[in-house]
Design a protein around this ligand. Structure first.
Ligand code: ATP
Length: 229
């Protein structure tokens, strides 16, 4: 199995600017792609690692589609975009179920490529849950965050998630950036996609079309494999 940084962009010693984009991707949809494209443009990212989680801590109530299908869909969706990299960093290991925590994944990437500048991409809905994440205060120190706006979520609420002692002093008044002591949190407000994986699963259960809501190759894969029926 490949290590997280094995599918590399740039040479081994080169300092890259990369983002990690974690999720269940059940399935990958056009909202994910739009967020990644907007982040890639705005932050001049050399690569974005799409990291489907085999077992995330937050979404354990629902039975997830097997990892292999979710990874396949991520790989198909990434194939059309330069710099989008499907990652096995949170692939299942062995027979015992293993819960993956973002802090550990971020540290793993740091260890592999200590010179890289690292961002973590997350939707506003997930960032609001940050205080429930393992070692979230350390996570805020470990990498910059790119928060994608999502319809229905107020961006001013995001600031409240950050413990006051983490806040740094900002010299520039940029409404899209929250400066922390060690890192920064950037708000990506140029994307407003209503698409969610929940909606896609529901549409498929009702035998409705998902055309245009997922990349074309992902749609083809879902239909051929008869997923979400
Ligand atoms: P579900 O509907 O199953 O909860 P989802 O559509 O939120 O899934 P995830 O795989 O959980 O998809 O998302 C991965 C990351 O992408 C999360 O941080 C989520 O907030 C973000 N995200 C998903 N869809 C959008 C969207 N339309 N706009 C902005 N961010 C999004």
């Amino acid at each position: 199995m490949t290590s997280p940084g094995a599918q590399k962009v740039g040479g081994a010693g080169q300092r890259r600017t990369v983002a990690l984009f974690g999720g269940t991707f059940d399935p990958l949809h056009t909202g994910h792609i739009a967020v990644a494209q907007a982040a890639q443009r705005r932050f001049h990212l050399d690569g974005i690692y799409f990291i489907p989680s085999s077992r995330p801590p937050h979404k354990s109530q629902r039975e997830l589609t097997p990892f292999i299908h979710r990874y396949a869909m991520v790989a198909l969706g990434c194939a059309e975009h330069a710099g989008f990299i499907p990652s096995l960093a949170e692939a299942p290991t062995g027979s015992a179920p293993h819960i993956f925590y973002t802090i550990d994944t971020v540290k793993k990437f740091h260890r592999e490529r200590p010179n890289d500048r690292l961002y973590f991409i997350v939707g506003a809905d997930q960032f609001l849950e940050l205080p429930t994440w393992k070692n979230y205060e350390s996570l805020l120190d470990a990498c910059d965050f790119i928060i994608a706006s999502r319809p229905g979520f107020r961006l001013d609420a995001l600031r409240l998630v950050i413990p006051p002692e983490k806040l740094g002093r900002s010299t520039v008044n940029d409404p899209h950036k929250i400066v922390l002591r060690k890192t920064s949190v950037h708000l990506l407000t140029t994307v407003a996609s209503h698409v969610s994986s929940t909606e896609i699963r529901e549409r498929l259960e009702k035998k409705q079309s998902i055309h245009g809501l997922v990349p074309a190759r992902v749609e083809e894969y879902i239909l051929r494999q008869a997923l979400y029926r």
